[in-house]
Design a protein around this ligand. Sequence first.
Ligand SMILES: C[S@@+](CC[C@H](N)C(=O)[O-])C[C@H]1O[C@@H](n2cnc3c(N)ncnc32)[C@H](O)[C@@H]1O
Length: 312
Amino acid sequence: MAAAEGGHLPVMLSEVLDALAIRPEGIYVDCTFGRGGHSRAILERLGAEGRLLAIDRDLEAVAAAGASGLPGDARFAIEHGRFSEIGRIVGERGWTGRVDGILMDLGVSSPQLDDARRGFSFLRAGPLDMRMDPSQKTSAAEWLAEVSERELTRVLREYGEERFAGRIARAVAEERQRRPIATTTDLVRLIEAAIPFADKFKHPATRTFQAIRIAVNDELGELQQGLNEAVEALAAGGRLVVISFHSLEDRIVKRFMRDEARGKEMSGGIFASRSTPRLAVRGKPLKANEDEVRGNPRARSAMLRVAEKRAP
Ligand SMILES: C[S@@+](CC[C@H](N)C(=O)[O-])C[C@H]1O[C@@H](n2cnc3c(N)ncnc32)[C@H](O)[C@@H]1O
């Protein structure tokens, strides 16, 4: 498939469409519009009565939807917001318990990564911003100016699996006494100087940038909350389809689907009990095939999981 408008190739598109099991008259929510690659393909399968609501926390994604003419399609709507608010967003349309499929394609889009002004990429000189939603209060530079050395070490270790977390956090704490760490280049230089040796296959700033991005955007909190609310929004038989790009996200999705399929353990009282299972896991987790990975390196780490809402 050719690059979508704005240069983002939708990942695992045919697998997503199969997993959503689209009904032409169904109601669908794309929680991560990006540049609309998945949304457009969903719309192609919907009939005149079908509905697709897209969400994105990035105003540029919402503007791209406008520029593409999609809002002219009466079956389509887009909202600027976080998918952790999907309960409210769907509720306002009277769709709670009526949604047939929900897609989350996590992480950042190619246009976000490629735009130096957004500060997501260690390969591009720009302000150290990293906010998916630039109207959000705290940028990466502001976060880095305030965070304690101890918390920064934890974030780099847990969200970046960075083995030199302590050294990098120390270097940040020392550097910010002298001058603010304001740009991507400031941070890359600091990391390069702080680590004793670099991984052969990874840029030394990869893990730190990932970790800070996750913290600044509260990506794991968003995911946990979004999954929870998504289940409430679904109709019986509705599908929850999630593509994650690193092991921390995938672990949250896997555990969530497993727990919801077994029923969650409830503590308290003398007897341990389980809540009624809300989901059934559908199929095995899928990875992108080799052909796709050759054409789109971003697909290499993608992992797709699917669950179905059970009847109450
Ligand atoms: C990987 S891209 C999605 C690409 C899209 N599927 C496509 O085909 O163009 C992820 C998008 O989700 C958005 N996003 C990430 N976390 C979000 C959240 N918690 N709430 C809403 N949007 C989010 C990002 O701003 C980004 O535009």
